[in-house]
Ligand binder design. Sequence first.
Ligand SMILES: [Zn+2]
Length: 218
Amino acid sequence: MISVTRLPEPSILTQKKEKWLAAFLKKRESKPDASPHSKQYGHEEIRETLETMSFHKCFYCEQELGETEGQVDHYVEVAEKPERAFEWNNLYLSCPLCNGKKSYNIKIPVSDCLDPCDISENPSAHLSFDDEHIIQRQNSVKGAKTIQKYKLNRRQLRYLRLKQLQRFERFLRKLLERKNREGRKEFTLLEKEAILRFKEPHHAFSLMFNVYLSGIEF
Ligand SMILES: [Zn+2]
């Protein structure tokens, strides 16, 4: 998880949110467990804006999302706050698994966890890594609860993170071999930039690379 900066509300939402919400709340009067229409809150324009915000990654686990994989997610569940069903600040982008784990772990309130859209929070102060395993940083309770709520150490994610680490190692080895072959003591500026690109926000699991690259001197 990294901080995500919110873009302005998509125009479809500005135009339709009141109408959509009124219809949804009315439906709930006769059917209390009714869900809002995913075609409305998950409208293409809304999903695309969220994808741009997160560089096509899940807000929670930072894995890259394919064309149709991203799900528009209610940060505060609709069951808890139906009046927030079409509120722009309550719409996040999630991979199917984080979305599923999140509602399954409903006993852990989101208020106990890191909020990727809260710019006052710094996920790297709460989360760290041990190889491909995500761990809480310095006994951060918030970090631990975030890992637990979204199951950030699930097997599929550990596998994807391990693959990325192996990719990085192969890349670094190639650069080191070239540096040695050319008898250089240092990486070139371009090589340093290429290494640091792994921790930029557009990269999958950039928080993990931030942790690993922060201690390395070039
Ligand atoms: Zn995810």
